[in-house]
Design a protein around this ligand. Structure first.
Ligand SMILES: CC(=O)N[C@H]1[C@@H](O[C@@H]2[C@H](O)[C@H](O)[C@@H](O)[C@H](O)[C@H]2O)O[C@H](CO)[C@@H](O)[C@@H]1O
Ligand SMILES: [Zn+2]
Length: 303
């Protein structure tokens, strides 16, 4: 049980080791370094089915020694150290849920695949975290898991169930006093940001968007006015890049994020966007009236 004294508390729920950095690394570093804020990361799987971009580690892959999950656990811990996150947990405990692989692959049917988890059963473990940490804010993916990966979709579903169940006083009183999360966010990315990044994508061999020239052809991304919140974590670009480097099996040296940072500086990777889907929107700024703080409008004494 973590003794939490900070007034502001946020829980990030991610699917695999590296998602915390790739999608929300600058935001996490920004809040983890605030004296008045406690960040909790809950990651749902060990990433056993991932690729291995480090040649000398190639045989850790699921097709050989099947040891990648244990190795990515260490990558994840080191990346969290770079971001400043000390409260990091695997959903249900280390090794409970297994990486399900990309949609439609046989790994989806592994007996421990997160994709096959009973949602309320998995949610109960997240309820225990929410009732302990008592965050005002929870961040996870949209219903499509941002890009359709089964573990991302399941992370969304388990988070939605856990937020509902944590507030239900009839649900598992043994897991702690009921808790209502004040603001529930989905991660997102702007199509306008993707268009700016396309040049960097082209220069990366690891270009996941090869052949795509129009952001509207990507399986993710929203129009500027669909986002509600922009976090500009100035000064934490180096933290995010250092954390990415810890995820070397997943993020090769020529990854487009490194290309972008090399061209435009580390702060080019410190702006991250979110959609508030439940809770009261706080004060906004600029053309799109975006919040500039996940805790905008939150009473720090809300527990
Ligand atoms: C960012 C993320 O969610 N990565 C997942 C994803 O990785 C993809 C997968 O290896 C795919 O085969 C590649 O073509 C693609 O480039 C990768 O992003 O899925 C993995 C397997 O479930 C998962 O381990 C990884 O964390
Ligand atoms: Zn992932």
């Amino acid at each position: 049980m973590t003794e939490i004294s900070a007034g502001y508390r946020v829980v990030f729920v991610h699917a695999h080791p590296d998602d915390e950095t790739v999608g929300t690394g600058a935001t996490i570093a920004h809040y983890a370094h605030r004296d008045d804020t406690h960040v909790t990361l809950v990651t749902c799987t060990l990433g056993e089915e991932g690729e291995v971009h480090v040649p000398e580690l190639a045989k850790l892959a699921v097709t050989d020694a099947d040891q990648l999950g244990g190795y990515r656990l260490v990558e994840w811990q080191r990346a969290c150290d770079r971001l400043g996150v000390t409260d990091r947990r695997m959903l249900g405990g280390i090794g409970t849920w297994r990486d399900s692989g990309m949609m439609g692959l046989p790994a989806n049917d592994h007996p421990r695949a997160f994709w096959g988890a009973d949602v309320d059963t998995a949610a109960a473990d997240l309820v225990a975290v929410l009732r302990e940490v008592r965050p005002q804010v929870l961040v996870t993916y949209d219903p499509d898991g941002f890009y359709g990966h089964p573990d991302h979709i399941q992370a969304h579903r388990v988070s939605v169930a856990a937020v509902r169940l944590a507030a239900d006083e009839q649900f598992r009183p043994d897991l702690g006093a009921p808790h209502r999360v004040a603001k529930f966010y989905w991660t997102t990315v702007l199509k306008s940001s993707l268009a700016e990044g396309f040049e960097a994508f082209k220069e990366s061999q690891d270009n996941p968007f090869a052949g795509i020239t129009d952001p509207d052809d990507l399986p993710f991304g929203v129009n500027d006015d669909e986002a509600t919140t922009q976090i500009v974590a100035t000064g934490y670009g180096d933290h995010k890049l250092a954390a990415l480097r810890e995820h070397a099996t997943q993020v090769p040296p020529d990854n487009w994020v490194y290309v972008l940072a090399a061209k435009l500086g580390a702060d080019a990777v410190t702006t991250e966007h979110y959609i508030l889907v439940d809770g009261e929107r706080g004060k906004g700024f600029g053309t799109h009236n975006w919040e500039n703080d996940l805790f905008a409008g939150v009473d720090r004494h809300h527990t």
